[in-house]
Design a protein around this ligand. Structure first.
Ligand code: SF4
Ligand code: SF4
Length: 242
């Protein structure tokens, strides 16, 4: 008697990799890995807590979803994209890692990144250090005053909210807060080449920890705040110093 054919009744659930691939152009090439290890060789995070980008891709291919979603490797990556450029198959590992991060409950993501993102959301400057408009303005003017005492820089400008400036410049908030003298070298270069530039009172902070947190809405909010200010001032070029 012929055996009954095996019937698979339950539809196979989508794996984490399938879900991520649906979001990425060309599926991020996540199926194309040759296991050559070039990504791991050049990755600055390789070895941190046993992190290995090649293993991440293999785990995704093998459907090790629970392990992938829980491993701290998601937070070792700097999102530098070096692996994508080195990979012969253009496998988009950082995009995979970004989605691993997004699968974590927000309040369980690393506290330092979480706090920096929340601080940026607390003020229109978008500073991850929570620096307010008036404090930024005070520091900029204070540093400018010191530099203007140096020969050749007596008439140097460091404008905030200058209408119609060609360049909209942003700035990592660590500099005005912790190393204000570090603001000067870039201003001097801009002065020497005669660049027409301005900071914005809003959205001047260049860092975006909400992106590293994989919080899409917050990332979008921070980016829009800067872009909106640049557009409002009529600037032509957005100079991102990060
Ligand atoms: S470099 Fe690309 S192909 Fe090679 S192991 Fe890494 S992801 Fe796979
Ligand atoms: S993007 Fe992440 S995984 Fe890729 S090389 Fe940089 S740190 Fe490593």
């Amino acid at each position: 008697m012929a055996e009954e054919p095996l019937v698979i009744k339950k539809k196979k659930e989508k794996s984490f990799k399938d879900i991520v691939m649906e979001k990425l152009p060309d599926g991020g090439n996540l199926n194309a890995c040759l296991t050559c290890g070039t990504c791991a060789a050049g990755c600055p995070a390789t070895g941190l807590h046993g992190m290995d980008p090649r293993k991440i891709v293999r785990m995704a291919a093998l459907g090790m979803d629970e392990e992938l979603k829980q491993t701290p490797w998601a937070w070792m990556c700097s999102m530098c994209t070096r692996c994508v450029h080195a990979c012969p198959m253009n496998v988009n590992i950082p995009q995979l890692i970004f989605n691993m991060r997004a699968s974590w409950p927000r309040d369980q993501r690393p506290r330092g990144i979480l706090r920096s993102c929340d601080a940026a959301l607390s003020t229109d400057t978008c500073s991850a250090m929570g620096t307010r408009e008036e404090d930024f303005e005070f520091i900029v003017n204070d540093v400018l005053e010191v530099i203007r005492e140096q020969p050749g820089f007596e008439d140097m400008q460091a404008p905030i909210d200058k209408e119609g400036a060609y360049f909209f410049l942003n700035q990592n908030s660590r500099e005005p807060v912790n190393e204000p003298e570090e603001l000067g070298p870039l201003w001097k270069i801009l002065h020497m080449v005669g660049a027409d530039w301005t900071y914005g009172s809003k959205g001047w902070a260049a860092e975006n920890y909400c992106m590293f947190l994989a919080d899409d809405d917050a990332w979008k909010h921070i980016t829009e705040m800067s872009i909106r200010k640049a557009e409002e001032l009529g600037c032509k070029v957005f100079l991102n110093t990060e």
